[in-house]
Design a binder for this molecule. Structure first.
Ligand code: COA
Length: 257
C-alpha cells in the first residue's frame, strides 16, 4: 500500500516504520505524503488505539528532510514545502489518539522535528538528536524552532539551533526531549508496554489530555480550556464507570464511550 512506509497493526498499536534505510530514512516528498495518509488512518480507523513511529534499520530514525530535493527547489516554493511538512506534523501533534516516537538512531533536522511533534519520545542508547540545518545555510522549517524551544527552553534551543551540534540520547533525556532511554533491542517493547497501559484508560479522557496539553497557555485561557474539557468528561459512560469502580473497589472496565 505504501512505497516508503511499512505499517502494521498490533494489539491496537499502529506501527509506522519509515522505510528508506539506505538514505537514513530521509523525508522526501513521498514519505511526507505517505506519512500524512498513515496519520489519517490513525484518526479514522477505530481499530487503531495509538500509533508508534520509528525508522527502518538500526542507524537512523530519520536523518532529516531529503537534502537532494533542495537544490532544485525555487525560493518562492520553499515556504510551500515547509507548510506541507508543518501540516503533517501538526496533524500528528493534534491526533486524539496517542502518537509516539521510537527514536532508534539519528533524529536530525526534520527527523528531530518529527519526533518532537509526537506526544512523547523513547530513544535507544545509540540515538542522536540535532537540528543541523544551519550547516546547510538553512533553518528548520517543520516547526523545529518552535517545538524545540517549547520543550527545552530558549537558551538550550538557541545553542542547538545555532551550532547544529548533535546530542546523545542521554543528553536528550536530560534536556527533556526524551522520556526514556533503552537498549536498541528493548526500545519497541518498552514503548508498546506504555501504549498498552494507555489503551487501558478511558479513551475520551486520553484525547482530552492531549488536547489540553497541546493548548497549554500561561494565561487564564489554558485553565479555562481545562475547565471546559473536565466538564465534558462528566458526559461519558467511562467517567461513571471509572468513579463507580473506585468506590466499589474494583478495576474499571472502560468501553470507550
Ligand atoms: N537527505 C538525503 N540523503 C541523506 C540524508 C538527508 N537528510 N541523510 C543521509 N542521507 C544519505 C546520504 O547521502 C547517503 O546516501 P548515498 O549512500 O547515496 O551517498 C546515505 O544516506 C548514508 O548517509 P552517510 O552520510 O553516508 O552516512 P554516515 O553514517 O556517514 O552519516 C549522518 C550519517 C546522518 C550523520 C549524515 O548522513 C548526515 O549528516 N545527514 C544529513 C543530516 C542533516 O543535515 N539533516 C538536516 C536536513 S535539513
Amino acid at each position: 500500500m505504501y512505497n516508503t512506509l511499512v505499517t502494521a497493526l498490533e494489539n491496537g498499536i499502529f506501527i509506522i516504520t519509515i522505510n528508506r534505510p539506505d538514505k537514513m530514512n530521509a523525508l522526501n516528498k513521498t514519505v511526507l505524503e505517505e506519512l500524512s495518509t498513515a496519520v489519517d488512518e490513525v484518526y479514522e480507523n477505530p481499530e487503531i488505539r495509538s500509533a508508534l513511529i520509528t525508522g527502518a534499520g538500526n542507524k537512523a530514525f530519520v536523518a532529516g528532510a531529503d537534502i537532494s530535493e533542495f537544490l532544485e527547489l525555487l525560493p518562492e516554493l520553499a515556504p510551500d514545502l515547509a507548510k506541507k511538512g508543518q501540516l503533517v506534523f501538526d496533524k500528528i501533534e493534534s491526533s486524539p489518539k496517542p502518537i509516539v516516537a521510537a527514536v532508534n538512531g539519528f533524529a536530525l533536522g526534520g527527523g528531530c522535528e518529527l519526533a518532537l511533534s509526537c506526544h512523547f519520545i523513547y530513544a535507544s542508547d545509540n540515538a542522536k538528536f540535532g537540528q543541523p540545518e544551519v550547516n546547510l545555510g538553512l533553518i528548520p522549517g517543520y516547526g523545529g524552532t518552535q517545538r524545540l524551544t517549547q520543550v527545552i527552553g530558549r537558551n538550550r534551543a538557541m545553542e542547538l539551533l545555532m551550532t547544529g551540534k548533535m546530542i546523545t540520547a542521554k543528553e536528550a533525556m536530560q534536556y527533556g526531549i526524551v522520556n526514556e532511554v533503552t537498549s536498541q533491542d528493548e526500545l519497541l517493547d518498552k514503548l508498546k508496554e506504555t501504549l498498552l497501559l494507555i489503551h487501558s484508560k478511558a479513551t475520551f479522557a486520553v484525547a482530552k489530555i492531549i488536547e489540553c496539553v497541546n493548548n497549554f497557555d500561561h494565561t487564564q485561557q489554558g485553565y479555562d480550556y481545562e475547565i471546559e474539557k473536565f466538564g465534558d468528561c462528566f458526559e461519558t459512560e467511562d467517567m461513571k464507570e471509572g468513579v463507580s469502580a473506585f468506590i466499589e473497589k474494583r478495576k474499571p472496565k472502560f468501553s470507550g464511550k
